[in-house]
Design a protein around this ligand. Structure first.
Ligand SMILES: *Cc1c(COP(=O)(O)O)cnc(C)c1O
Length: 397
């Protein structure tokens, strides 16, 4: 099959016009490669960009989540509340920390954790932490969820891996939780040329713990003072590239948002569920529409040379790797009782699976259209024509 004419991701666009090779040459000449001056400079710059006191560079976004949980002292026997409609990032981190996920229902509109469901779950049973993902670049109702967490004395971890630069009332995603996690995977709104991640926090003690945990648990050379340390360092090459790109992030987000807004206007009359906001609280990491005819629409677009993706097709509690655990969750008393608040158990004869109908409907219907930096006006128009033609053909029948 030939390359789609409208790609989903453009490496050229993701460079933000920065001379990445020159950037790399400087690092090569300078001779420091891991946790050096550029990592430090990027940590300071990113903390200042967020309006948060501390930032700690790590190897990737999943480690950022894992180390946040460990810095909070969360481990075996504890439950971490999160949503089940992402790519298993939080689930992976929770498993790495040895804890258990408590999946809670999402809002059908913004597809982030539903505040009422979070409040109910926090009241119902012990929860060690909440991981709130700002999915697709759309900020969740973080004010209300942060307030619920404060009231329950439960730390909030924001997963901002899709929401670099999103802000509500001038306060950025990442400036609300006890800790906030970022990924700089190449396709993210701020991407490296490889893996990278970061933990931001206003709390100096938590920042110190993450700093130790990212390097074997060392408090200094070669004193291991914290258990649960790993090797999760950010390297100088990635930090230099990120530092050079950071001043362009707001403009890049505005460009992404402009593409999304064009779709939004063009699709207003179609039988599609569209993203809820085109404001500053949405950085258009993904432009995600919903339709029960997803497979047909995706095939139609592919025939017209338009790439699209599904983020994400399989809810996390339905992942093959989780099936046994999901059964345990359903079958055991305390946890099942809490899970029941969020949905019904599937079937009455104890097949045991947790059921999250809003989450499952979203996973069955979401489709991400090309919304990357570097997408031309002509390409955007082709996507619009492709989607409109699909529904016009439908209505003509
Ligand atoms: C990409 C992503 C992560 C994981 O980041 P990695 O750097 O790939 O480990 C975590 N959460 C969300 C929401 C993401 O999109």
């Amino acid at each position: 099959m030939s390359q789609p004419e409208v790609p989903f991701f453009s490496a050229t666009g993701a460079a933000f016009g920065v001379d990445l090779l020159a950037c790399m040459a400087t690092v090569v000449q300078q001779g420091r490669y891991v946790l050096g001056p550029r990592v430090q400079a990027f940590e300071l710059a990113f903390a200042s960009y967020l309006g948060v006191a501390h930032a700690v560079g790590v190897a990737n976004g999943t480690d950022a989540l894992t180390l946040s949980l460990r810095a909070l002292g969360i481990g075996p026997g504890e439950r971490v509340l999160t949503a089940a409609n992402a790519g298993c990032y939080a689930s992976t981190a929770i498993a790495q920390a040895g804890a258990e996920p408590l999946y809670v229902e999402i809002d059908p509109q913004d597809m982030n954790l539903a505040p009422a469901a979070v409040e109910q779950a926090l009241k119902a049973g012990p929860v060690a932490a909440v991981i709130l993902t700002h999915l697709y670049g759309q900020m969740a109702p973080v004010e209300r969820i942060a307030a619920a967490c404060r009231a329950a004395c439960v730390p909030l971890i924001e997963d901002c891996a899709q929401a670099h630069g999103a802000a509500r009332n001038g306060r950025k995603a990442g400036a609300w939780g006890a800790l906030a996690c970022f990924s700089f995977y190449p396709t993210k709104n701020l991407g490296a040329l490889g893996d990278g991640g970061l933990v931001a926090t206003a709390d100096a003690a938590l920042a110190e713990r993450v700093r130790a945990l990212r390097q074997y648990g060392w408090s200094g050379k070669y004193q291991v003072t914290l258990p649960g340390g790993i090797n999760s360092r950010l390297d100088e090459l990635q930090a230099a590239l990120l530092l050079a790109k950071l001043p362009h992030l707001d403009r890049a987000n505005a460009e992404r948002r402009a593409i999304a807004a064009r779709y939004q206007a063009a699709f207003a009359d179609l039988p599609l569920r569209l993203p809820p906001s085109m404001g500053s609280d949405y950085v258009a990491h993904l432009y995600v529409v919903r339709t029960p005819r997803r497979a047909e629409l995706q095939a139609h677009l592919a025939r017209h040379g338009i790439a699209s993706e599904v983020h994400y097709p399989l809810p996390e509690h339905r992942q093959p790797v989780r099936s046994e655990r999901a059964y345990d969750l359903g079958a055991s008393g305390q946890v099942a009782k809490t899970c029941l608040i969020e949905g019904e158990r599937r079937g009455s004869k104890g097949d045991g699976g947790l059921s999250l109908p809003v989450t499952e409907a979203a996973c069955a219907e979401v489709l991400s259209l090309p919304c990357c930096l570097g997408l031309t006006s002509t390409q955007t128009a082709r996507v619009i024509d492709g989607v409109r033609a699909f529904f016009n053909r439908e209505s003509a029948c």
